[in-house]
Design a binder for this molecule. Structure first.
Ligand code: ZN
Length: 345
């Protein structure tokens, strides 16, 4: 048969080798369209990437959920992760002070993008030439984040461009709805009560967008010491404005804020998520859930609505709910007495 095909003797080996190589041709093509390895620095950015890219990429987040990205210390595992990455997505605006060194140490050839490129930053009120990194707290800024993320994904993985574009559009609508929701909710707080007091200054973008005054114990980074003058200033603000509630944050030790609340006889309105989303069992498992949850907690706290949650300090269950519970128990006792009297007669 081979003779009839007129294949010269020396080529038999070549043909066998060619046939042997065929499955590998397919393998080569698969490797060529390999899954993009994306590394995000913080959990809210990682969630945005995940909403657009889904299962099409291999996504890892450096700072774990609940961790503080301001003061994060990279591990040897992070060096490896960054070394193998194709794309690194960071917030920028001095948020990840540890990232440049990590990138250098890893020797990575990954492309690095700054998700806040194109946003008008808020300058730090304390430090010259420093910017406030918490741009994600304003939902309208998230539109810039996701544009930058989508563009990078499409450029690096054009095969899935339509998938990324479709998800980007859908996510965009959800962000716009969240933005409107926050605006409407904050508008329900009486103007004189719109003062948000937190542990660190993470809500300036939120305040600028949704018209709420911000005060905090620490500055825009958590990497600082608490000044007595700040405590005195906050005591004054709380007393002068009869601030009804203060708010703790998921990534920061609440001790000082709890003391401030105790000293001024005001309650803790709840726990806010600022520098990290919550885990999947929390009320803020995604970036948009985080914004909505924060808004609900702020509105409830500042309008003195009763919220029963684990975040409240012991013995600080809202007064309204205490009244409701007392009434319910009194009614049950009354019914029980009536039933006993009715049965006896
Ligand atoms: Zn922060």
């Amino acid at each position: 048969m081979l003779r009839r095909l007129n294949i010269p003797g020396g080529s038999y080996l070549g043909l066998i080798l060619l046939l042997w190589q065929l499955p590998n041709v397919h393998a080569f093509q698969t490797t060529n369209a390999k899954t993009l390895k994306v590394v995000a620095t913080a959990s809210m950015i990682s969630d945005m990437v995940s909403q657009i890219a889904g299962e099409k990429i291999e996504l890892t987040c450096i700072v774990p959920i609940g961790g503080d990205p301001h003061i994060y210390e990279p591990t040897p595992k992070d060096v490896q992760l960054v070394a193998q990455a194709d794309l690194i997505v960071r917030n920028g605006l001095t948020f990840e002070g540890w990232l440049n060194e990590l990138i250098e140490n890893s020797g990575t050839s990954a492309k690095t993008i700054t998700a806040t490129d194109g946003i008008t930053p808020i300058e730090s009120q304390i430090y010259k030439n420093a910017t406030d990194p918490h741009a994600w707290m304003d939902a309208s800024n998230a539109l810039v984040y996701i544009d930058n993320i989508k563009e990078a994904l499409v450029n690096m993985d054009p095969q899935n461009a339509s998938f990324y574009s479709y998800n980007h559009e859908t996510y965009r609508d959800k962000i716009l709805k969240t933005d409107t929701y926050i605006k409407e909710q904050i508008a329900t707080i009486p103007v004189e009560k719109r003062i948000l007091i937190t542990s660190h200054d993470a809500f300036q973008y939120y305040g600028r967008r949704y018209s709420i005054r911000l005060e905090s114990i620490l500055g825009v980074s958590t990497d600082a010491d608490i000044q007595t003058s700040d405590i005195i200033r906050l005591n004054k603000i709380i007393q002068e404005n009869q601030v009804p509630a203060l708010f703790i944050e998921s990534t920061i030790n609440p001790k000082v804020l709890q003391q401030l609340a105790k000293d001024n006889d005001v309650r803790i309105g709840g726990k806010l998520y600022a520098d990290s989303i919550g885990d999947k069992d929390s009320p803020a498992p995604t970036y948009l859930d985080m914004l909505r949850h924060n808004t609900d907690v702020i509105v409830a706290g500042l309008t003195m609505d009763s919220v029963i949650s684990d975040d409240m300090q012991e013995g600080q269950v809202g007064n309204k709910s205490l009244v409701y519970w007392s009434l319910a128990i009194a009614l049950i006792i009354l019914f029980a007495i009536l039933i006993i009297i009715f049965n006896r007669s």
